[in-house]
Each structure stands twice: as C-alpha cells, then as structure tokens.
Design a protein around this ligand. Structure first.
Ligand SMILES: Nc1nc2c(ncn2[C@@H]2O[C@H](COP(=O)(O)OP(=O)(O)OP(=O)(O)O)[C@@H](O)[C@H]2O)c(=O)[nH]1
Ligand SMILES: [Zn+2]
Length: 183
C-alpha cells in the first residue's frame, strides 16, 4: 500500500514540473506516502480499540471539562491541514472516561479527511456513546490552511464549531457554564 501511494506521489511530483530523480526528491514519494498514511490512520482505528475499556464507575455528577486538546486534521476538499484546539465537556451519569481517551478520540476522527463541522459532531457522538453521559459539549476552534495559503488567502480568520447534546442542548444554564469555561 505504501509503495503504491509513493508511486502516485512520484507521478504527481513529475506532473507538477519537478524531477523526481534529483537528489533532494529521491525519497520524497515514500516519505510523503508514509506521512499521508499517518495523517489518515484514523480509518484503521475503532472506538472500542482506543477506549480499551477505560470507563470507570463514579458517582460524580458535575461537569467534567477537558480543554485545549491540540487538533491537526486535513480538509476533505483540498487535502490541506486545519489546525486548532478542541474542548470537550460531559455530565457523567455513573461512569467517567479515562482522561487520555478524549485526546485519542479527537485524534482518531481528526486523522481522516474531514470538514470541521462533521469532526465536531463525530467527537461528540463518540463521547456520548462511550460514557452514556447526561450531556456532551464539544467546541473546535481551527485555522484552515486552504483559506490561508491559497484561495481567499485570509491569514487571521478562524472557525468555531460546536455540538451540544443532551443537557447541554436543553439546559441554558449548563450550556452557558460550559461556554464561559472555554471562552
Ligand atoms: N464548512 C466548511 N467548509 C470548509 C471546510 N474546509 C474547507 N472548506 C470550504 O470548502 C469550500 C470548497 O469550495 P469550492 O468552491 O468547491 O472549492 P474552491 O474553488 O477551492 O474554493 P475556495 O477555497 O473558495 O477557492 C471552500 O469554501 C472552503 O473554504 C470545513 O471544515 N468546513
Ligand atoms: Zn480546504
């Protein structure tokens, strides 16, 4: 698979006007193939694998917030990166999720071809699925290189997207508390 992707990268490099045989580019197709496979590794993962049963019984029913999870993904329109932060909160319902698993869930969905809105929803639904929480809230703030390096070339714009499930959707005070904590 890696060799096949590398073969196509070699063709692309040539079509873009470069000489794939020149010294600096000789190993580039293979490196690029490996990098692209890493950035799309989320397709090979499942929620069960990454959560690995790290769900623990707990009587806490207060909001748990994991803030500022770094996020690197690729926009599905241009295959260029979008980079930002993800904030996840949930209202436990007898179970809590291992802390590192929030970042693993973000990475699993970010390492796929995405648009930010769908990524936000997939993360929220996965956390809901695993924790059976009374509510889940996810906010992503990101900058899209397809808008910065090309296209409209706007360097300072960023995009915020959010998904509120359960009590975060139905209870204004809960939603406000979350938004205040992440702002
Ligand atoms: N909503 C949303 N749009 C995105 C995301 N990533 C990229 N896009 C947009 O997808 C759109 C694709 O538009 P097209 O007109 O088909 O493609 P294009 O000619 O390359 O568009 P420009 O970027 O405007 O040059 C652009 O408006 C991008 O800014 C994302 O995560 N969410
Ligand atoms: Zn794009």
């Amino acid at each position: 698979m890696t060799d096949e992707i590398a073969y196509h990268y070699r063709q692309i490099i040539q079509l873009l006007g470069e000489t794939p045989e020149r010294e600096g580019l000789q190993d580039t197709p293979l490196r690029a193939a490996k990098a692209m496979q890493f950035l799309n590794a989320g397709y090979q993962q499942s929620l069960d694998d990454i959560v690995n049963n790290a769900v623990f019984e707990s009587q806490t029913d207060e909001m748990v917030l994991v803030k500022d999870i770094e996020l690197y993904s690729m926009c599905e329109h241009h295959l260029l990166p979008f980079i930002g932060k993800c904030h996840i909160a949930y209202l436990p319902n007898g179970k809590v999720l291992g802390l590192s698993k929030f970042a693993r869930i973000v990475d699993m969905f970010a390492r796929r071809m995405q648009i930010q809105e769908n990524l936000t929803r997939e993360i929220a639904e996965a956390v809901q699925d695993v924790t059976q929480a009374r509510g889940v809230a996810v906010v992503i703030e990101a900058r899209h290189l397809c808008m910065m390096m090309r296209g409209v070339e706007k360097q300072n714009s960023s995009m915020s997207s959010s998904v509120m499930l359960g009590d975060f959707r139905s209870n204004q005070a809960t939603r406000q508390e979350f938004l205040m904590l992440v702002s």
